[in-house]
Design a protein around this ligand. Structure first.
Ligand SMILES: Nc1ncnc2c1ncn2[C@@H]1O[C@H](COP(=O)(O)OP(=O)(O)OP(=O)(O)O)[C@@H](O)[C@H]1O
Length: 950
């Protein structure tokens, strides 16, 4: 028989002992009596490097400590404890994701046969999330998809749902788990052969679920320090190799998997139910009687493992399946000695006694399970022998743990103890100073004390949702051109798609309908929504650029080369130098000139534009601006043939985001109109944010002139944001009066007040964002949950966006979120290179610029850097950004939020190498104070420790 402990952590995991390196693990395994040990944390790049240096293959399918290291350490191992220790490569991954509308937090234990497969897996995971900041990384990846990736990397993977009953972080967890394994793993469940039962449950509890019969029930320590190794473990009846382990777990008939060593589940932190804050420990029945609410504070009770098992069980208490494996319940030797000696398990006295037992008797598991009682009596005294004997017979006094509070397992009560002779062992003990303390209390974490209660506010939007009367009016509008003025969240995209589909439904050929938008992303989204649930051809959605290119191609005017932004800039650089201009400024000037058919330019500008155009002509190249410009010119210049081809090709042209059009785009639309073409434009002048690029929101107001006979419609019902978010956003816009603006009507409830945080510097601001996100996610690990973060948890990382004015702000934010282990992605400015297909599925916090947030929505939005200089942006040595446009940009940012909005600014800011102490953004200066709630200020930035936030 061999003992295996496959789930442990290294020093690279959060809140673990510094001693967790390969050498200490090797020593620890000998003291405990472990033959086969998981390495833990193989996803961490530094740990895996260390493992590669310090472990060698044993030639049979496992790893061992490098012989020279083992030799040097050998004198530290008592002769009675010496054994061969093998390692297998293991890791734990935390998946936090939304599935079927609920946030799930599921931990998985993964074993891989060799370094090669580990590296392949790490390469894939590295593309999906942050595996560098924590040995137990948090990914926004569905546990099912994680298993799929593992299987793709190496079908030999051993994938074990970890500690399956813990309330916060497991597949059956009461807080964020599933009711069945099928729900969690679908089609891939067949690849799972084992389940880890965790400290708070033992085999008899698991036997009550017939759904678990098919699985091997395994137990491991999940140790965060060498002392905790093997507090639970597997007993195997096979050689210590990867292959044999895999077979043992798979073969439920054979006896290669013998059984397990178990904690008394009562000692686990989540055995019973209760409310730690209120000091309430409850049985499952009591919880049920109380309706799941704490009678003292009314808060939700934490439902423990026993309750959860009873809820899901289909068999009575005491049922034992025919092929159930044996198990033994053990109490760690240090805890036994702590009772015998009546001092804390970590005290010197207990440690000394432990060492002498290791020398005289053997490793801890041998002491607990096999050592003759006579020998224990001889080496440790009668009380020790009695304690061990009681433990072996299960004669223990139990007080169940609950809501993060460890339970208590005692071997004697006070009277019994004094009746047994030879109380002390034979160890030489210093006088006792303090009463024994069972476990060191865990330090509370510095969470913000802002309490937030979350209620679902937005109505769940089903695909076939009803249009409201104003939307319907626009969808069905039949007479000529029209423009819809519609604020944020009023359903503009929905309206466009519905109108296009309605026209098809009414019998119009889909080819006669064109939808126009600005970005590839928006075009793709429209295309997908148009295709949804429809068979046959759908109307076409494309960008203005694509339209321009299509027209030029058909007219045989397509360029041989198309210059992207970067190529254009490098072409402009020498010209800019000569003219003593910044390349960016020259590019802006040229681009703006190309947004109108007849630009009015001064001589210098005209000269530069001509010179640039000559270079393009030489290379037979066009830039992106040229696509629309050239197409529009070709058609407006009266090329008869071309006009014939294109005019009236579409009966309906639907234009999204009309506030962002430029004069060339409008000219193109106009020239495409035949006598029967109807243009439907939709937009929001309050969201016009591309004036700096040549967009002209005046065109929105001039629509009726450009498209004669047009009428104006409006949408005012906002389906996205809570009333309080809208109050703030609309309050902001009052500084830009517009008699035609209509007040938005919130459909969602009031919601919480947006919170405003003032930080000392950008790092502190970023840390606040990270802490608040952890709180919103309900904690990323059990320490955070136990410190009070568990009240949140209705959100997943994908529900959250952090917005900033400049990409330069992203660094501090990404670093803080990365250190905290929060799954996140910084929106790339340029198109991404190669991405993992699973990348699209991963749920992460989005870090993106306010401009890039246009058209998106998130349940929770942070808008950071609300300072003068950033908003409005005052670039050094260049004209300041236009105040009104910056206000609209902020309006766009605020109105991305559905349920919760957080705002922040910093008292110091370093930009372009200069540190300033900026005032609050002047955009916010005149806002009534009661539109936001000020939250705690951070005075000084804390120095970062390796553990980041904590
Ligand atoms: N009639 C409706 N009933 C319920 N929900 C709706 C309705 N119309 C739109 N919505 C929902 O309102 C939200 C906002 O819609 P959409 O994204 O189309 O807004 P938008 O007007 O394009 O916003 P923005 O201008 O800010 O980008 C979406 O979640 C959408 O599903």
């Amino acid at each position: 028989m061999i003992i295996a402990d496959l789930h442990i952590h290294s020093r690279y995991s959060r809140a673990t002992s510094r001693d967790l390196d390969p050498e200490h693990l090797w020593l620890g395994a000998q003291y405990k009596g472990i033959d086969l040990l998981g390495t833990g944390d193989f996803t961490h790049p530094e740990w895996i490097e260390l493992l590669k240096e310090n472990l060698v293959e044993d030639g049979k399918g496992a790893y061992e400590l490098r012989p020279d290291l083992a030799k040097a350490l050998a004198p530290q191992v008592p002769a009675a404890c010496r054994r061969k220790v093998r390692f297998l490569l293991s890791a734990e991954i935390s998946s936090i994701y939304k599935r079927h509308g609920k946030t799930r937090k599921v931990h998985s234990l993964i074993l891989m046969p060799d370094f090669e497969s580990v590296e392949k897996l790490n390469q894939r995971l590295d593309k999906i999330g942050n595996i560098k900041s924590d040995g137990r990384p948090i990914l926004g990846l569905d546990a099912h998809d994680l298993l799929e990736i593992c299987l793709e990397v190496d079908p030999r993977v051993i994938f074990i749902p970890a500690h399956i009953w813990t309330p916060w972080f497991s597949v059956f967890g009461s807080k964020s788990g599933f009711d069945t394994l099928e729900e969690a793993f679908d089609d891939l469940l067949g690849h799972i052969n084992a389940l880890e039962t965790g400290l708070s449950s033992d085999p008899p509890m698991n036997w009550r679920l017939s759904a678990l019969d098919r699985f091997t029930l395994v137990s491991h320590s999940d140790a965060h320090s060498p002392a905790k190794l093997a507090r639970e473990a597997d007993i195997l009846n096979c050689p210590p190799t990867y292959q044999d382990l895999a077979l043992a777990l798979e073969d439920r008939q054979g006896d290669a998997f013998y059984g397990t060593l178990e904690f008394f589940p009562h000692e686990g932190k989540y055995h019973l139910d209760g409310h730690r804050k209120c000091g309430l420990r409850l049985s499952p029945q009591e919880t049920r009687d109380l309706g799941g609410r704490c009678p003292k504070c009314g808060g939700l009770l934490t439902v423990g493992v026993l309750s959860r098992v009873e809820d899901l069980a289909d068999r009575p208490k005491g049922y034992r399946p025919p092929d159930a494996r044996p198990f033994e319940s053990i109490v760690p030797v240090a805890e036994v000695l702590s009772e015998v000696l009546q001092r804390g398990p970590a005290t010197k006295g207990v440690q000394r006694a432990l060492h002498s037992l290791l020398n005289d008797v053997g490793p801890e598991l041998y002491i607990l399970r096999e050592a003759p009682l006579d020998l224990l009596k001889k080496k440790g005294g009668e009380l020790l022998a009695e304690a061990v004997s009681r433990m072996r017979q299960g004669k223990v006094i139990l007080q169940g743990g609950y809501d993060g509070e460890f339970g208590v397992v005692k071997l004697f009560d006070a009277d019994e103890r004094s009746q047994i002779k030879g109380q002390k062992g034979f160890w030489d003990l210093a006088p006792r100073k303090k009463a024994a303390k069972k476990t060191a209390p865990e330090k509370p974490l510095p969470f913000l004390k802002t309490k937030r209660k979350q209620k679902a506010t937005n109505p769940e939007v089903a695909p076939g949702i009803q249009l409201n009367p104003e939307q319907e009016k626009a969808v069905l509008h039949a007479d000529g051109h029209f423009i819809v003025r519609a604020g944020p969240g009023t359903g503009k995209t929905r309206l466009l798609v519905s109108r296009a589909l309605k026209l098809v439904e009414q019998g119009l050929d889909p080819e006669k309908i064109l939808l126009l938008t600005f970005t590839n992303k928006a075009a793709l989204e429209l295309t997908q929504r148009l295709a949804q649930g429809k068979k046959g051809p759908a109307p076409q959605a494309m960008t203005f650029h694509t339209l321009g290119l299509t027209i030029l191609r058909e007219l045989n005017e397509a360029p041989t080369r198309l210059l992207d932004g970067e190529e254009r800039l490098s072409l402009l650089k020498p010209m800019a130098k000569e003219a003593d201009l910044r390349p960016g400024d020259l590019e802006g000037m040229i681009s703006r000139a190309k947004q109108t058919l007849d630009p009015v330019l001064d001589d210098q500008a005209q000269g530069l534009l001509d010179a640039y155009q000559k270079r393009l002509d030489l290379e037979k190249a066009l830039d992106l601006d040229d696509l629309v410009l050239k197409a529009a010119r070709f058609l407006t210049d009266g090329h008869e043939q071309a006009v014939k081809l294109w005019q009236g090709r579409w009966d309906h042209i639907l234009v999204d985001e009309y506030q962002d059009v430029n004069p060339v785009q409008t000219s193109l639309i106009k020239v495409l109109c035949g006598p029967d073409t109807k243009v439907a434009a939709i937009g929001d002048p309050d969201q016009a944010i591309y004036g700096f690029r040549g967009a002209d929101k005046g065109l929105f107001y001039r629509f009726k002139n450009d498209f004669p006979g047009a009428v104006e419609l409006g949408l005012v019902k906002n389906y996205r944001s809570t009333a309080r978010i809208l109050n703030l956003a609309q309050g902001l816009m009052q500084m830009e009066p517009d008699p035609d603006r209509v007040k938005l009507e919130p459909i969602c409830p009031k919601g919480p007040l947006p919170e405003f945080f003032t930080a000392y510097n950008p790092e502190a601001e970023a840390e606040w964002v990270a802490r608040t996100i952890i709180d919103l996610l309900g904690g990323l690990d059990s320490r955070q949950v136990e410190a009070g973060a568990g009240q949140g948890g209705t959100y997943s990382a994908g529900d959250i966006a952090v917005l900033y004015r400049l990409h330069a702000q992203a660094k501090a934010l990404a670093e803080a979120l990365g250190r905290a282990g929060i799954p996140m992605q910084v929106a790339a400015r340029e198109p991404l290179g190669e991405t993992d297909p699973m990348d699209f599925k991963a749920q992460r916090v989005s870090l993106l610029s306010m401009h890039a947030s246009k058209g998106l929505e998130f349940p929770v939005v942070f808008v950071t850097g609300l300072e003068k200089g950033l908003l409005p942006y005052l670039p050094p040595n260049r004209p300041p950004a236009e105040m009104d446009e910056e206000r609209r940009l902020l309006f766009v940012a605020l109105t991305r939020a559905q349920k919760q909005l957080f705002l922040s600014r910093s008292l110091h800011r370093t930009l372009f190498g200069k540190t300033t102490e900026p005032d609050i953004s002047p955009l916010l200066e005149h806002l009534p104070e009661d539109l936001t709630k000020e939250v705690e200020r951070v005075k000084r930035a804390k120095k970062h420790r390796q553990l980041g936030l904590f």
